[in-house]
Design a protein around this ligand. Structure first.
Ligand code: DX5
Ligand code: ZN
Length: 218
């Protein structure tokens, strides 16, 4: 089984977004990862609805929206209308996570939950069977280009076991500092989806870098 690849446009050239999206369309990427930051849940502000709508006009891949915002339940419908196909909210940002997941499903988007590095995968025990995606943060959210946290391997493995014991169909997505030196080990531990920002967009040949991630042997 090949992994799904979700390049993060946080690392793209914002002055040339149209050509960056067209590059991703012609690549072997499966999803396009879109990082929304509110300056409150995380110490940084990125982009929101108008940019997502602009990307939607050109994107031929599923839009994988990662909400690093407090009270995401207030914006689920608006993100679906702006073009999201997958909506992932943070466990740490939701008081009524079960309700928020149902809200996402009501929009017909796939529903995901993201876990910060300090949040144990066991926190998802009572909701895992409702999820399409679990996103394991392998850096502290807020910035691209950070160093991968090796403890992630054990979390991916524990999550894989939880998914198997509960017969859940959730995909395991890993986000933060992913590159050629950790991708194979992540896949061996059970990851299904690799997010990559700087590794793709700072490489001399992003198309080739995406193809290498897609076909990495593990
Ligand atoms: C971090 C974001 C990531 C980021 C990944 O808060 O959630 O998606 O764009 O970028 P790299 O791959 O450069 O760590
Ligand atoms: Zn992300």
């Amino acid at each position: 089984m090949r992994p799904l690849i979700s390049p993060s446009v946080l690392a793209a050239d914002f002055a040339n977004l149209q050509s960056e999206i067209q590059m991703l369309n012609s690549s072997q990427a499966d999803w396009i990862h879109f990082d929304v930051m509110d300056g409150i849940f995380v110490p940084n502000i990125s982009f929101g609805f108008p940019i997502l709508e602009a990307i939607k006009k050109y994107a031929q891949k599923e839009l994988d929206v990662h909400l690093m915002i407090r009270e995401p339940e207030r914006y689920i419908q608006a993100f679906q209308q702006a073009g999201a196909d997958i909506i992932t909210v943070h466990y740490e940002a939701c008081t009524h996570l079960h309700r928020t997941i149902q809200q996402i499903k009501d929009t017909n988007c796939k529903a995901g939950v993201a876990l910060n590095p300090h949040t144990p995968v066991q926190s998802l025990e009572d909701i895992i069977s409702d999820l399409d995606v679990v996103l394991i943060m392998s850096v502290n959210p807020g910035f691209g280009g950070q160093k991968f946290i090796p403890h992630t391997y054990r979390k991916v493995e524990a999550l894989k076991n939880l998914i198997l014991t509960q017969n859940s169909g959730a995909l395991i997505e890993v986000d933060g500092g992913v590159n050629q030196s950790n991708a194979a080990a992540l896949l061996r531990h059970g990851a299904d989806v690799l997010v990559a920002g700087n590794f793709v967009f700072s490489s001399p040949d992003p198309l080739q870098t995406i193809a290498e991630l897609k076909h990495i042997s593990f």
